[in-house]
Design a protein around this ligand. Structure first.
Ligand SMILES: Nc1ncnc2c1ncn2[C@@H]1O[C@H](COP(=O)(O)OP(=O)(O)OP(=O)(O)O)[C@@H](O)[C@H]1O
Length: 249
């Protein structure tokens, strides 16, 4: 990591709800410019970890820093470093795509309207939606809506982007287009990405490294490069996940 501070550092983090342990002892770092995927079966705590990392949920134990800022003690500083696309990814239906992407600029900057619109146009062009700026969310496809939501997450030029299941509900071809977009944005902007996804093809396409959470183990069962995990993981559920294309079941 060239002595550069990590984009994200997660140290011995745990989360319980009442007496129920969801996960414990989760530790990893995400390097700057890395595409880092969080995966695992339903209920293993992916969204919970995601919320902890963006400062929406205080970990029961442990500590997370984003760009060196503590997600509990310095949540405002963390917010300035990140853009987030939630799974629902909801765009405001009564606003055009341009207005949707302008929204964070309206809320968080004092820029005049013309400058906000210009920045929003640049972001829409970055995700391939320059021609759709004046359309309403109801007038576009699911894949375009995801792109617009990513453009909105990019509005304030955050160095770190969090995407919760960006290809959920999309057909494989549209999903593969989003994978290319993530890699193109990383190449163009140098952003760090944390992506939750279940899609094996997507993981192999985009992830430099990934973390696998597991409900039974109540913690992480794999951390590494997808192809290496596919070839050499010893944990049966990690092997099963990464080799499921070959699995006749
Ligand atoms: N605020 C909360 N209070 C109580 N339990 C919660 C809360 N948030 C999440 N949980 C529980 O924690 C567990 C992990 O939930 P989480 O949404 O993080 O899983 P996930 O891996 O993202 O699942 P999915 O893939 O189905 O979205 C679930 O059993 C869930 O019911």
């Amino acid at each position: 990591m060239n002595g550069e501070p990590s984009a994200i550092r997660v140290e011995a983090v745990a989360q319980s709800f009442d007496a129920r342990v969801i996960f414990q002892d989760v530790s990893f770092e995400v390097a700057r410019g890395e595409v880092f995927v969080v995966l695992g079966g339903s209920g293993c705590g992916k969204s919970t970890l995601f919320k902890q990392m963006i400062g929406l949920l205080r970990p029961t134990e442990g500590r997370i820093t984003v760009a060196g800022h503590d997600t509990v003690a310095e949540v405002e500083a963390v917010r300035r470093e990140i853009g987030v696309m939630f799974q629902s990814g909801a765009l405001f239906g009564s606003m055009t795509l341009l207005e949707n992407v302008m929204l964070p600029l309206t809320v968080f900057t004092d820029l005049p309207s013309a400058a906000r619109a210009e920045i929003a146009r640049v972001k829409l062009a970055l995700v391939g939606l320059a021609e759709a700026a004046n359309r309403l969310p109801a007038e576009i496809s699911g894949g375009m809506a995801k792109r617009a939501a990513i453009a909105r997450a990019l509005a304030l030029d955050p160095p770190i982007l969090f995407l919760d299941e960006p290809s959920a509900g999309l057909d494989p071809i549209t999903g593969a287009g989003l994978d290319r977009l993530i890699l193109d944005l990383r190449a163009a902007l140098g952003c760090t990405f944390v992506v939750i996804t279940h899609e094996l093809a997507s993981i192999f396409a985009i992830a430099d490294r990934c973390l696998m959470l597991d409900r039974e183990a109540r913690g992480m069962i794999a951390l590494g490069v997808p192809r290496e995990l596919k070839a050499a993981a010893t944990h049966p559920r990690v092997r099963a996940f990464f080799n499921r294309e070959e699995d006749p079941a």
